[in-house]
Design a protein around this ligand. Structure first.
Ligand SMILES: Cc1cc2nc3c(=O)[nH]c(=O)nc-3n(C[C@H](O)[C@H](O)[C@H](O)COP(=O)(O)OP(=O)(O)OC[C@H]3O[C@@H](n4cnc5c(N)ncnc54)[C@H](O)[C@@H]3O)c2cc1C
Length: 384
């Protein structure tokens, strides 16, 4: 079967590897001129790591070496006091860590297991057309590719999704985010620690060790306005202004991050869909189920999708049956994660955010523990 993946993001790359391992002929079409990290860093959880490892045994170990397994989570106020601190124990419970890693390192490892000739850069898909026996993908500049199956892994503003579903723009969640990564030393930054800093005025700041002396920081603030691109100040000035006067090391680490390495993005999602596929076209990753990043599950879900889609295509008698099985397995789970992410994301920016985060840190929170077990223990691979 010939398969085209639109989008060479982390979901598209992981899917290409999963499909190649099952013997399919896969090509990836990416609009960018070069594969650049589109976020500074992120956290991978056992469900995502197990999905990658089921496709490529040993890849989780490579990622762990390149990143930093988080052992302690600390909660602080913007004024500097520590509210709570807890050991993560994710590795002990789920066999894989909560791993924070630089985006560039994750991307490089995902690329390193693929034959370079299957990645076609500067290919911006502009639409597709289905026929009885094939699907044609059209690209800016006039190129057309004809395949048996088209996978839209082209992110939250997916053109493939527009062709299938036509639901236009994502919903803005009322929050702006900034992310950066920099090599920065400070007595308050320790290896294998994530620190979440919160304030009652709708702002949060997170600091994550990502290994090698690098720290990934992520900031979020309520903002009525999601239109960032035509402002006169740059993103670094905006985030510095937003977090001015927060206790050390917040301002210092933003100041130490090169302007060009700060990513500013409105936080958006889309409500869950009832279907992701039609005929010979399907969706994956953020194109299928974009969520707000409060649980850190977007990329992890894309890795689950990649494994599952390849399995379904390998086992099912035809494309229709495979895509049905893929949707049946993935839509209910991703819809639950959408709901929890949306609720958690909303609460994290309310005036009582400190109470919300403190509750999450308490071991007595059974519902939190049960949810965590359901989320991170996802492992459909043991029998395959
Ligand atoms: C602030 C923030 C923090 C986050 N933190 C985490 C985290 O800690 N853990 C986690 O798991 N997730 C996190 N996420 C979510 C994660 O970044 C996404 O879920 C993940 O990147 C989705 O991967 P994807 O490949 O589906 O889409 P993307 O990463 O968006 O990749 C899509 C690719 O498609 C390409 N493309 C788009 N349109 C076209 C076209 N027409 N033709 C060809 N190519 C095209 C793009 O250039 C891009 O390379 C976070 C997100 C945000 C905003």
């Amino acid at each position: 079967m010939n398969i085209a993946i639109i989008g060479g993001g982390i979901g598209g790359l992981a899917t290409a590897n999963a499909l190649l391992k099952k013997g399919f002929n896969v090509q990836v079409y990416e609009r960018a001129k070069v594969l650049r990290p589109i976020g500074a860093g992120l956290s991978l959880t056992p469900n995502g790591l197990n999905s990658l490892n089921a496709v490529q045994p040993g890849i989780a170990e490579l990622l762990i070496k390149a990143g930093s397994p988080i052992e302690t989570m600390t909660l602080k106020r913007s004024t500097g006091e520590t509210i709570a601190s807890k050991p993560m124990e994710i590795m002990q419970k789920y066999g894989q860590p909560m791993l924070s890693i630089q985006w560039s390192k994750l991307q490089a490892i995902l690329v390193s297991v693929l034959p370079p000739e299957i990645i076609h850069l500067q290919h911006r898909c502009v639409g597709f057309e289905q026929q009885d026996n094939c699907v044609k993908a059209y690209f800016a500049g006039g190129k057309t590719v004809q395949v048996d199956l088209l996978i839209g892994a082209d992110g939250i503003n997916s053109i493939v999704r527009q062709g299938l579903i036509g639901d236009k723009f994502p919903s803005y969640a009322g929050r702006m985010s900034w992310r950066g990564v920099t090599q920065y030393f400070h007595k308050q930054l320790s290896p294998n620690v994530t620190t979440l800093i919160t304030a009652p005025d709708g702002k949060n700041f997170m600091l994550m060790d990502v290994g090698g002396g690098f720290t990934f920081w992520g900031a979020g603030a309520l903002s009525a306005d999601d239109y960032v691109y035509e402002r006169t100040t740059d993103a670094k000035t905006r985030v510095l202004e937003t977090f001015a006067e927060w206790a050390e090391p917040v301002e210092a680490i933003i100041a130490a991050t090169p302007k060009a390495d700060i990513v500013e993005r409105p936080i958006c999602d889309r409500p869950p869909l009832k279907y992701w596929s039609q005929g010979r076209v399907t969706l994956l990753g953020d194109a299928a189920h974009p969520v707000v990043p409060s649980l850190g599950q977007g990329a992890n879900m894309a890795f689950e999708d990649a494994y599952e889609l390849a399995e379904c295509l390998f086992v099912a008698p035809n494309i229709e049956a495979a895509l049905n099985a893929y949707e049946n397995s993935r839509i209910p789970r991703t819809a639950v994660i959408y709901d929890c992410s949306a609720t958690q994301g909303y609460r994290a920016y309310q005036p009582d955010s400190e109470t919300t985060f403190t509750k999450m840190m308490k071991p007595s929170q059974m519902s939190q523990n049960d949810f965590e077990a359901w989320l991170y223990s996802y492992n459909q691979y043991q029998s395959s």
